[in-house]
Design a binder for this molecule. Sequence first.
Ligand SMILES: NC(=O)c1ccc[n+]([C@@H]2O[C@H](COP(=O)([O-])OP(=O)(O)OC[C@H]3O[C@@H](n4cnc5c(N)ncnc54)[C@H](OP(=O)(O)O)[C@@H]3O)[C@@H](O)[C@H]2O)c1
Length: 248
Amino acid sequence: MKNSGNTILVTGGGSGLGREYARRWHDAGNTVIVAGRTLSSLAETAKGRENIHPVEFDVAAAAGDVAAFATGLCERFPGLNVVVNNAGIMPFENIEAKRDLGEAERVVETNLLGPIRLIDAFVEQLKAAEDAALINVSSGLAFVPLPKAATYSATKAALHSYTMSLRKRLEGLVEVIELIPPGVQTELTPGQSQRDGYLPLDDFIAESMELLAQKPTPSEICVEAVRAFRNSEANGNQQELLDMLAAR
Ligand SMILES: NC(=O)c1ccc[n+]([C@@H]2O[C@H](COP(=O)([O-])OP(=O)(O)OC[C@H]3O[C@@H](n4cnc5c(N)ncnc54)[C@H](OP(=O)(O)O)[C@@H]3O)[C@@H](O)[C@H]2O)c1
């Protein structure tokens, strides 16, 4: 991925990781489009930065609406060459008892179907673009699930798999990168931005931006704090980490 001169779409750009990446990429000389459901937070991301463009968009929208969004955006920004699937939600759930599945379905729509639809809507634009890249934000929980966020963990494991397939199928056309955050201090879950044991947001952004700037860009952006999770199956301690997460 080029460090500057890109036109980058970041979903979930109104807070947390998406907001920080949008600002750093902007400041490095890229045009950035931030998309999300809350225009006021997107506007806050863009405040004082003339090349950040807020756009209201729900990644859980039906495929036809996502396609229409992509067509409109490519007309407005014909140089669009990077798409970042960052928007996500992480509710806690009790899967051991019968329940209303509405929330679990929303997690799948947002974290998995959303990226699949968005990639479909932008794939031809990306294939035709110079220096095209696609970044999917998964999670350390793709590799060791957190039982109290089972559907979330499952969507991230699926996104990891989908990203591997995409990387093969788009080889030589689009750089496909998986960004695998550890627990980071954002408001992904209530109170998480103040919780001990989570990486401070600035530290995570700085370390992951350094990895993204390497040439060639690593296919997986794995900061130090997430490597034990990423490699747990190979290292033979996945069960141990699962027990640790289950006790939380
Ligand atoms: N922080 C962590 O510990 C951590 C760890 C591993 C992975 N991640 C991943 O990193 C990504 C960013 O999370 P974060 O930590 O930065 O949390 P965050 O601050 O809650 O950011 C998530 C963003 O997604 C947007 N979003 C949610 N549903 C959406 C929808 N249907 N359509 C469009 N936008 C939507 C939210 O904005 P609106 O609600 O305004 O739309 C919000 O700006 C997520 O994919 C998350 O799973 C985070």
